[in-house]
Ligand binder design. Structure first.
Ligand code: NAD
Ligand code: MG
Length: 396
């Protein structure tokens, strides 16, 4: 039995992970569940999965959960940073699903990396903030990183074994790889008139044509910042240079990404847009397990189309590619600014098109700043959040 911690257990990826675990009860067991504040959902999950630990980041939520659990329950409720860190380094834990949304996922995920666990990485923001340190630490501790993000999982599946076993340090040229094609649907506003974008509401932005996801990543998909964060994520996982990584719009989301080889071959991974496929792949790699996903019906798919991204429509994608070239300081600042901007948009404080303005203004302030520790990264993250908040308060 492989013992799991699910970080972000109450979210979209957390729920899909627990669904795959339930379908394969002989292989996986839930050791700990971690969430922010949704104690009612956590109560249901505890009844269903009987974890040893249920950790709520919000202490009030921890209390509410404790009060509502039956007295004879096996689950111990915890809260606080020290308790979370103890769970991440617990010797009973084999595997961690890292699916907290945003920068909040960095510290617990990094603790698990240091402890040499197997990490199924959905929380792309952690890698965007700490890429070099994250991959170096995994190499030192012997932690295994497997990409859950559907594009990176597709790239991983389309790569030779030499690349799969040397994530972060692979030499693509030596493996005969010309470039990686990172596909993205273009989100709900791919064909909307440019002049209408400033009027788009949170509800419209969260209505993704193909995928059902949490609200933050849904807005990131509408701005294509999600593809930008994924561009940075791909650089760290597959050690790509700028000429080895291209973004392609593919509105049907049937191809989840591709690898173009020097002999002209292109290898892709295809499937229905359901995150249980990449989750199950990471859980069972190199084997395969049932995931509950419907098989792809090519007659229903009909056609697959592709086009180049338009940076006028998607300025956030361009900012992320620039930040990636600029370095770790820039990607950390961009990630923090974007989290503040997306939250302000979801709270109807700023317009959809203001998200790119906040991000751009914060990126302009980036100064060279060597980031060799998690504390230095968190301090810069905090500064950038303040900068973004000030910009929203004074310039918009
Ligand atoms: P979600 O909003 O549905 O769930 C987020 C989870 O994180 C919840 O369990 C919540 O309790 C927890 N959380 C939020 N703030 C927290 C905090 N401060 N401390 C601890 N826990 C906190 O999000 P999601 O769509 O499941 O996405 C999770 C991560 O996976 C994101 O990084 C996202 O980019 C990535 N991802 C998601 C998808 C998808 O299809 N949903 C696909 C690829 C990658
Ligand atoms: Mg993705």
């Amino acid at each position: 039995m492989e013992n799991y911690v699910v970080l972000g257990a109450t979210g979209s990826i957390g729920t899909s992970t627990l669904d795959v675990i339930s379908r394969n009860p002989d292989l996986y067991s839930v050791y700990a569940l971690v969430a922010n504040s949704s104690h009612e959902k956590m109560l249901q999950l505890c009844a269903q999965h009987q974890p040893q630990f249920a950790h709520m980041v919000d202490s009030q939520a921890a209390k509410a959960l404790q009060d509502s659990l039956p007295k004879d329950c096996v689950t111990q409720v915890t809260t606080g940073e020290a308790a979370l860190s103890a769970i991440m380094t617990d010797t009973h834990v084999d595997t961690v699903m890292a699916a907290i949304v945003g920068a909040a996922g960095l510290v617990p995920t990094f603790d698990a990396v240091k402890a040499g666990k197997k990490i199924l990485l959905a929380n792309k923001e952690a890698l965007v903030m700490s890429g070099q340190l994250f991959m170096d630490t995994a190499k030192q501790s012997g932690a295994t990183i497997l990409p859950v993000d559907s594009e990176h999982n597709a790239i991983f599946q389309s790569m030779p074994e030499n690349v799969q076993s040397a994530l972060g340090f692979c030499d693509l040229e030596q493996e005969g790889i010309n470039h990686v094609l990172l596909t993205g649907s273009g989100g709900p506003f791919l064909t909307a008139p440019l002049s209408s974008l400033s009027q788009m509401t949170p509800q419209q932005a969260c209505k993704h044509p193909n995928w059902s996801m949490g609200r933050k990543i849904s807005v990131d998909s509408a701005t294509m910042m999600n593809k930008g964060l994924e561009y940075i994520e791909a650089k760290w996982l597959f050690n790509t240079s700028p000429s080895q990584l291209k973004v392609v719009i593919h509105p049907q989301s049937v191809i989840h990404s591709m690898v173009q080889y020097n002999d002209g071959s292109v290898i892709a991974e295809l499937g229905n847009p359901d995150m249980r496929t990449p989750i199950a792949h990471c859980m069972s790699y190199p084997k395969r397990i049932p995931s509950g996903v419907e098989p792809l019906d090519f007659f229903k798919v009909g056609q697959l189309t592709f086009c180049e991204p338009d940076f006028e429509r998607f300025p956030c994608l361009k900012l992320a590619i620039q930040a990636c070239e600029q370095g770790q300081e820039a990607t950390t600042v961009l990630n923090a600014a974007n989290e503040i901007a997306v939250e302000a948009f979801l709270n109807e404080q700023i317009a959809f098109t203001d998200i790119a303005k906040v991000n751009s203004a914060c990126l302009e302030q980036v100064k060279p700043n060597p980031l060799s520790t998690i504390d230095a990264i968190l301090a810069l993250d905090e500064q950038a959040r303040q900068l973004a908040q000030d910009f929203i308060a004074t310039a918009l």
